[in-house]
Design a protein around this ligand. Structure first.
Ligand SMILES: [Zn+2]
Length: 338
């Protein structure tokens, strides 16, 4: 299971190198072809066992995570930054972070509560007003340590917490870990393409060119999606919940799932006795949004591991949900026909 190293690895959009290397090492002995395209997508092929011509199925998971980009320095050695992707400003102040390829540790500064004016207590600080401190005492020192354009992300280590695990970037390292397990399994009759995509969090950019290159007959997107089954006063139908099985998307902001693939997923889950949940429609988007409108259209579906607290310093998922997602996908692929 690769979730731990993948979660600990740093890979903010456009700088997914560490994540890509872990996946290369994991799959080297299990696939027939492996290449990196111009944008940095890692595209692998596991050839099918049926005679040619064989249909092509694409499985996609994005390598990138939301984070920060260093855009300037303050006079006293702080790093100014901007968000890369949908970063939540509420969770930044006071966070521990790591900066650049050398993982330089830092903290995002925070005005002590003693000094806050009454109205400041009600407001979320703007990202533009926050600064990362790395212990540099001058602009020159900060410049030597960190170059403009370098990325920063939360300094969070993976840990086990009962039946759940916590870590950063489960969106979408959970999907990457599921995809690795599928590609490490036995070959299927058709050609199985794994696309580990870049820059999903800034607009599904890697998936667009990956789908164009692969030209698949069907696509499944593997995600770590929102679970908002948090303690609260009344039931307001959570998007998904932890421990209730893989979440299948029928419709989100980016696409409507293919009816045939949905039937395949639900029938397979029923046959295997795997619990599933339907992700509440209308929220979020995935790489499927780009893939399904590539070339002449690609029947697509998205299957997710529910994760609490995504896009924050620490997310949480249930390991049984993770394993059931692998089982469901494996069995659905075995039953898939063009
Ligand atoms: Zn995602």
């Amino acid at each position: 299971m690769y979730l731990e190293p993948l979660s600990n690895a740093v890979g903010v959009s456009g700088a997914e190198d560490e994540v890509r290397q872990i996946i290369r090492d994991a799959l080297g002995d299990h696939v027939d072809e492996m290449r990196e395209d111009a944008l940095g997508n890692l595209l692998v092929l596991k050839r099918g066992t049926a005679p040619e011509p064989r249909p092509r199925v694409m499985l996609a998971a994005h390598m990138d995570e939301v984070g920060m980009m260093v855009v300037g320095y303050t006079g006293d050695g702080g790093l100014k930054f901007r968000a890369v992707g949908g970063l939540d400003a509420r969770v930044l102040a006071g966070a521990q972070v790591q900066v650049g390829p050398d993982h330089i540790p830092g903290v995002i500064g925070l005005k002590p509560i003693h000094l806050l004016e009454r109205d400041e207590r009600e407001r979320i600080p703007k990202i533009e007003s926050l600064v990362i401190e790395i212990g540099a005492s001058s602009k020159d020192e900060a410049k030597k340590a960190v170059r403009l354009g370098e990325r920063a992300t939360f300094l969070t280590r993976y840990q086990e917490l009962g039946p759940t695990v916590t870590g950063k970037a489960f969106d979408d390292r959970a999907g990457c870990a599921v995809l690795i397990e599928l590609l490490q399994g036995e070959p299927l009759p058709f050609d199985l393409y794994g696309a580990f995509t870049v820059q999903e969090e800034v607009g599904l950019r890697g998936a667009r060119v990956a789908a164009y290159a692969i030209e698949p007959d069907a696509a499944f997107v593997l995600e770590g999606t929102i679970a908002d089954d948090l303690p609260r006063k009344e039931d307001v139908s959570p998007t998904t919940a932890l421990g209730k099985g893989p979440a299948i998307t029928v419709m989100d902001r980016s696409f409507i799932a293919d009816k045939r693939l949905l039937r395949l997923l639900f029938d397979t889950a029923e046959a295997l006795g795997i619990p599933t949940q339907i992700k509440q429609p209308g929220i979020g988007g995935t790489d499927a949004g780009a893939i399904h409108i590539t070339r002449e259209g690609v029947p697509s579906a998205a299957v997710s591991v529910p994760c609490r607290y995504i896009h924050s310093p620490v997310a949480m998922l249930n390991l049984t949900d993770f394993q059931q997602t692998v089982r469901l996908m494996r069995a659905a692929l075995e039953r898939w026909t063009p």
